[in-house]
Design a protein around this ligand. Structure first.
Ligand SMILES: Nc1ncnc2c1ncn2[C@@H]1O[C@H](COP(=O)(O)OP(=O)(O)OP(=O)(O)O)[C@@H](O)[C@H]1O
Length: 257
């Protein structure tokens, strides 16, 4: 399960309060006391209603937010440290591309941000363009890309520096079935290469199919987590028209009032 003595991802009592206004008392408790672990090569689906703390958790793991309390670690390194940043790749929910740039220029820019040496940058850009099937479109302006192509480019930037942990915020949202399938294949491929993947999604059927483990958040707190097969195997109450995961989701969210 572990590489060395470390989990790929470890959240230990992670809490985050966001400042919601100018006053010191105006705070939003986005995540409260979240403890989770993920081994290399596993895919974790972070689920929950809007505002339940999924993006806040990913941002903390990416080192973009400092925990209010608790710890977030990537392969044993404190999230946000130089060591952890080199090991983690992040695809935000909405990537902001400069539309005048070509796909290749965008990746060159990202390689610069990651301080990849020129020869390694060139080789990695070639590899990720081929991996995401964007090679033929590499010289085209991003403004001309379909949403599926833009999302694959976003994934290409997330893995450019060969991270061991990849964080994906709603990676297949808004994609057509073919685009979704292409992303799912790439995500599985990453796990097959030994990466730990944490993704958020509102698409329960897809999460059920793709994720080895699931964690359901409600109002910033962990409602249930575990291996997908185990969680769904315990779900026996039949609800007409609902999948086992939809059933579990609704049961836990409705109980969290
Ligand atoms: N920068 C911020 N400043 C203040 N409050 C924030 C900030 N970011 C998030 N929040 C609040 O924290 C809570 C959790 O938000 P978060 O974006 O993590 O939820 P989410 O589960 O990712 O939601 P969604 O499914 O809509 O993407 C919400 O109440 C949100 O309004």
């Amino acid at each position: 399960m572990l590489i060395g003595d470390h989990w790929a991802v470890e959240l230990d009592g992670f809490s985050k309060r966001h400042a919601a206004g100018r006053g010191p008392g105006e705070r939003v408790m986005a995540v409260e006391g979240l403890t989770l672990k993920l081994a290399p090569g596993q895919i974790l689906g972070l689920l929950g209603p809007n505002g339940s703390g999924k993006t806040t958790t990913l941002k903390a793991l990416a080192g973009l937010l400092v925990p209010t309390t608790g710890r977030c670690r990537i392969m044993g390194a404190e999230a946000g440290s130089t060591g952890a940043r080199a090991l983690v790749g992040y695809l935000p929910e909405a990537v902001r591309f400069a539309p005048h740039q070509t796909g290749e220029e965008f990746l060159q820019y990202c390689a610069g941000l990651s301080s990849l040496p020129p020869a390694r940058a060139e080789a990695r850009i070639k590899t990720v363009l081929a991996w995401t099937a964007l090679g033929p479109a590499a010289g085209r302006r991003i403004a001309t890309y379909s949403k599926g192509m833009a999302q694959r480019l976003g994934l290409a930037q997330a893995v450019l520096h060969e991270p061991r942990v990849v964080l994906l915020d709603e990676p297949t949202s808004g994609l057509d079935p073919e685009g979704r399938l292409a992303l799912v294949r790439l995500i599985r491929d990453l796990a097959g290469q030994g990466c730990a993947v944490v993704l958020t999604s509102h698409l329960l059927a897809q999460a059920e199919e793709v994720c080895d483990r699931l964690a359901l958040l409600g109002r910033g707190r962990l409602l249930v987590s575990g291996p997908t097969a185990e969680l769904l195997g315990a779900q026996t109450r039949p609800v007409a028209g609902a999948s086992r995961l939809e059933e579990l989701y609704l049961e836990k969210i409705h109980a969290d009032v």
